[in-house]
Design a protein around this ligand. Structure first.
Ligand code: DGT
Ligand code: CA
Ligand code: CA
Ligand code: ZN
Length: 581
């Protein structure tokens, strides 16, 4: 299974949190947190290395103790120390760690001083006055906690696309290996590229008339290792839940219905309803088996066939939300959407100078290998001490280091000196203009005070946009999908300010962020504002997140022309220059 690393990273993170709740030695907590981060960032799957303590301890950043626990996990699926820690706190307490803004210290306080042992306890006590009297709690914090719980509950039954897509691809790989499977695909919200996914919809084409064929495919499906519960198992539909709480539906259809079924199960429901009405108006009927006239199927093998029979061009799944795409398709006005292979530049990434895991040079060379012509080095600014943000003095040295690499690699790739400058709570930037002036690219992003009220947040971001040296507004809301709501500025005003200044708004491609979100990106494009799609990479593996950014951009209807990262080298240089005032 491809997510052993993620599972182990979560185990270590939870050990760190529980140790902190228990008030254990701070160094133990820090070591466990570090182990969690190292494991999460490993390029190779630990399961492929196997439970060999020596080989594990040879990995950079993994000590003997961590190696032993990893081996234990690979052997038994559990870590003894983890169970031991959990046994010392009430069963309901770890769930509190999932509430955004609620950390181990506060949880310890709530447990020790207010007897809170579960989310239900917390919810009940939040109704009363008592919690506000605890040291460090206060009215404002209580109010934020209430909001966080509501947000976490609303998000609870959906997962990030970054979790669902790798799992879906893994399932498809297994299913395609079955001899009766002719074709297989994922459908549903995942295929439409939504930022969160309710469940994974898988579709298989097989000779369903052949006795036992469909049954043998569903037998294989339910026997796969990640499957924990089988919810439904029938002739054509099987539903399962994985051990990490993802739900997946598998449907098996004959080849002549594969296109119609793919269309139907890709949705969205509203898009389907509109298409069905169109079919009826044409004297036909449309369902998951086929498009039919007088009860006789006329199309169904491929999606293209069905759309064509409906007198429409094929509509990309990301647009199938019934937001006017059918009208555009009718008049042949669908534009060619951006593809991740159109990306030619990365303009937001971190190196070892702040909290990244690679050198300036490795970053640039990895991007050159991907065919990029330009990269910007944008390490954190001074107000981000946790991320090892650069003081003005360190930034000046860092600029020199970037310039040296740039000179060295001039024939290979253009390396620009930049910074991810923190937007402070009042909208001022974390470096003086005299320093920003020396940079080629300034990505200005909010990182803290993300609970600010919308009006303040709007003023804050507009003030940052108006700084004459800003090139890109980075992850504008600071949200973390299913974890943190982030700022809720008036996006219309932000877009007007960005258009006015000629800067780009970022779609941060990291699957936890996808910030700007699809609808805001669409509004930006309509206002003529350029988008930047950046991965915010901290190491080589992160560059792959670009797919989530381009999916979001496609949902916004973006073409390559809307995105600065798709410009030619010369055009990008010119645009960056023109974005300065
Ligand atoms: P999700 O799973 O909540 O992220 O969103 P979807 O869109 O994947 O929804 P899901 O899994 O319930 O169903 C997959 C697709 O199947 C959906 O996008 C459209 C189609 N579908 C499901 N139920 C209906 C229905 O009652 N009517 C129509 N027209 N289509 C449906
Ligand atoms: Ca679904
Ligand atoms: Ca479903
Ligand atoms: Zn960043």
């Amino acid at each position: 299974m491809a997510n052993t690393n993620a599972q182990l990273a979560a185990v270590f993170a939870q050990m760190a949190a529980v140790a902190e709740i228990l008030g254990q030695d701070r160094f133990r907590t820090i070591a466990l947190q570090r182990a969690s981060r190292v494991i999460a960032d490993l390029p190779d799957d630990l399961a492929t290395i196997g439970p060999d303590t020596k080989a594990l301890a040879a990995i950079d950043g993994i000590g003997k103790g961590t190696a032993e626990r990893i081996a234990e996990f690979l052997n038994t699926g559990r870590v003894n120390d983890h169970d031991e820690l959990l046994s010392q706190i009430p069963d309901g307490l770890p769930a509190l760690l999932d509430i955004p803004g609620l950390g181990p210290k506060t949880i310890a306080l709530l447990w020790n001083n207010a007897g809170i042992e579960s989310l239900d306890d917390l919810r009940a006590k939040l109704e009363g006055e008592q919690l506000a009297k605890l040291p460090g709690m206060g009215k404002k914090k209580i109010e934020n906690l209430r909001k966080s719980i509501a947000f976490a509950e609303a998000a609870a039954d959906r997962v990030s696309i970054g979790r669902a897509l790798p799992m879906a691809l893994w399932f498809l790989g297994q299913l395609r290996a079955h001899k009766s499977v002719i074709d297989a695909a994922y459908a549903g919200s995942l295929r439409r590229g939504r930022e969160t996914i309710g469940d994974i919809d898988l579709l298989v084409s097989a000779d369903t008339a052949k006795p036992g064929a469909a049954e043998s495919i569903s037998d294989l499906f339910v026997s796969l290792e990640p499957v924990e519960d089988v919810l439904v198992k029938g002739a054509t539909k099987t539903s399962i839940r994985t051990s990490d709480h993802l739900q997946a539906d598998l449907r098996i259809v004959p080849p002549e219905s594969y296109g119609a079924a793919l269309m139907y199960f890709t949705g969205s429901k509203d898009h389907n309803v509109s298409l069905r009405q169109r079919a009826i108006a044409m004297g036909c009927s449309l369902n998951e088996y086929s498009l039919s006239r007088d009860g006789k199927p006329i199309a169904g093998k491929t999606e293209q066939d069905v759309y064509k029979a409906l007198d429409l061009p094929w509509i990309p799944p990301e647009l199938r939300e019934d937001r006017g795409e059918i009208r555009l398709a009718e008049s042949d006005k669908l534009s060619k959407l951006i593809e991740h292979t159109d990306i030619r530049a990365e303009l937001h990434a971190h190196t070892t100078a702040s909290d990244g895991k690679w050198s300036i040079r490795d970053y640039a060379l990895t991007c050159a290998d991907l065919g990029y012509h330009t990269v910007a080095v944008t390490d954190h600014s001074q107000s981000q001490p946790i991320a090892n943000g650069l003081s003005p003095e360190r930034l000046e040295k860092h600029i020199e280091a970037v310039r040296a690499v740039a000179k060295d690699l001039a024939d290979t790739i253009t390396v620009l000196a930049g910074s991810e400058v923190d937007i402070l709570a009042d909208g001022s930037l974390d470096y003086p203009n005299s320093l920003l002036k020396q940079l080629d690219v300034v990505v200005a992003s909010p990182h803290h005070a993300l609970g600010q009220d919308p009006k303040k947040a709007t003023q804050r971001l507009i003030k940052a946009i108006r700084n004459p040296y800003v090139t890109i507004l980075g992850h504008p809301t600071g949200r973390l999908i299913t974890r943190r709501e982030g700022l809720s500025p008036d996006m219309k005003q932000i877009i007007v300010a960005a258009a006015d200044r000629g800067i780009a708004l970022e779609i941060n491609a990291n699957h936890w962020r996808l910030d700007l979100r699809d609808t805001h990106a669409r509004a930006a494009i309509e206002a003529g504002v350029k988008l930047a799609i950046n991965t915010d990479a901290h190491g080589p593996a992160d560059l792959g997140e670009i797919i989530y950014g381009t999916l979001t951009a496609r949902r916004a209807g973006a073409t390559a022309n809307d995105v600065v990262n798709c410009m030619t080298k010369a055009a990008l240089a010119k645009w960056i220059e023109s974005s300065r005032q």
